[in-house]
Write a protein that binds this ligand. Structure first.
Ligand code: SF4
Length: 384
């Protein structure tokens, strides 16, 4: 479905899916199951295929994950897959034969092999993509921006994201690789709009994958996503989309349905207004979960946090609930209060301050104590 103004981007191919130019905007989602849990991941892929996902992303962090993907590929030979690589970029050549696209995060390349340059690591990924006819996504995320760029542009996080993306595009161009796209994701809709507009102005030729990261639970997560997509897609910015919602695994297909509905509305000029004061009160950001989630209780925890905090809905506070340490620590830095999950305990933070870790049974009570204290400190006039 084509929506909004004509797009100037070049066409790239992700398996049998073409995005960019006047191609339909592809709608994608990501498996939230442990990749090595073959049964659960197969079920997740079936759920997303049944929802007619154009592309399915699967996280891979180890050779065992790659082996699981190789086995699953036999079951789903036609499915169009993107692999999500974070720190362990070295897996690129062994996973590339089983997928159609490799997403790497420039902000996580510095972790391993510190003796190698970022450019050498990118060349390694490009070689794997070239050898296996894969596309690449340069996936910049607000919760894990390359520390060098964060430091260089410390007064403008959006600029640090845009500069990181533009520099990586230049690296791929110099390596003679064109089959790539870019994403610039933040949990704040307006920052997503700003980052993608700035990038599109500088690189109108590069296809963009749009998403509000950690948008959270429906309906708030859908509204946040709409705010960004309506502004960008109607302006001809955006070639593929992912609606990141915190949902039980069997409901993951909703991400695709919501994505298609937003595209349809935009193409028919139906722009949904944002409820009054929507961004004035309590804002819960939560990740959509993926194979890296440290504990299956994560989605329930996010839903429990939303339920427990209803009494504080009028207070302008941001609470982040994250599934693991990949984006957890970074994303929670910017929240008033943040939780990021460990295998048996949940880490609680107040901005960048660590408040300790608590069991999954204790964490809600502890969080409530911190919220009450914060309300007293920040909104004394409202406390009798
Ligand atoms: S925070 Fe962790 S569990 Fe959540 S989506 Fe990101 S990588 Fe996956």
């Amino acid at each position: 479905m084509n929506s909004g103004k004509a797009r100037k981007t070049r066409k790239i191919r992700i398996g049998k899916v073409v995005i960019g130019g006047n191609s339909p905007i592809a709608v994608q989602s990501m498996a939230a199951t442990q990749t090595q849990n073959l049964e659960a991941t197969a079920r997740q892929i079936e759920v997303l295929e049944a929802a007619h996902a154009d592309i399915i992303r699967i996280a891979v962090d180890s050779e065992k994950d790659v082996e699981a993907l190789r086995i699953l590929r036999k079951q789903f030979p036609e499915s169009v897959w993107s692999v999500d690589l974070q720190e362990n970029y070295r897996l690129a050549p062994i996973v590339a034969p089983w997928v159609d696209k490799i997403r790497y995060n420039p902000g996580h390349l510095y972790h391993l092999e510190k003796d190698k340059t970022i450019c050498e690591k990118v060349q390694f990924i490009v070689n794997a993509a070239m050898d296996n006819d894969c596309a690449i996504r340069i996936g910049v995320n607000c919760g894990s921006v390359d520390p060098d760029y964060k430091e260089r542009y410390k007064d403008d996080l959006v600029e640090s994201m845009v500069r990181s993306a533009v520099d990586h595009c230049q690296m791929l161009d110099q390596m003679g690789f064109e089959n790539y796209c870019v994403s610039l994701k933040d949990s704040e809709s307006q920052k997503v709009v700003d980052a993608n507009r700035r990038f599109a102005k500088e690189r109108p030729d590069v296809p963009l994958h749009l998403g509000v990261t950690e948008a959270g639970l429906p309906p708030e997560g859908i509204i946040k996503t709409r705010i960004a997509f309506e502004q960008l897609i109607s302006a001809g910015i955006g070639d593929t989309i992912r609606v990141s919602l915190t949902l039980p695994n069997d409901d993951k297909g909703q991400e695709i349905e919501v994505g298609r509905e937003i595209l349809k509305d935009i193409s028919e000029g139906r722009f949904r207004s944002v409820p009054e004061n929507f961004l004035e009160g309590l804002n819960i950001i939560a990740c959509p979960s993926c194979s890296r989630v440290e504990n299956d209780k994560f989605v329930d925890l996010a839903q429990d946090v939303r339920k427990m905090t209803e009494y504080a809905a009028k207070y302008k506070l941001t609470i982040a609930v994250m599934g693991c340490r990949v984006n957890g620590p970074g994303e929670t830095d910017d929240a008033d209060l943040g939780l990021w999950c460990g295998p048996t305990r949940v880490n609680l933070k107040k901005g960048i301050e660590e408040l300790g870790s608590f069991s999954y049974e204790e964490i809600l009570g502890q969080l409530k104590k911190e919220i009450d204290q914060m309300i007293q400190d920040k909104f004394p006039q409202t406390v009798s």
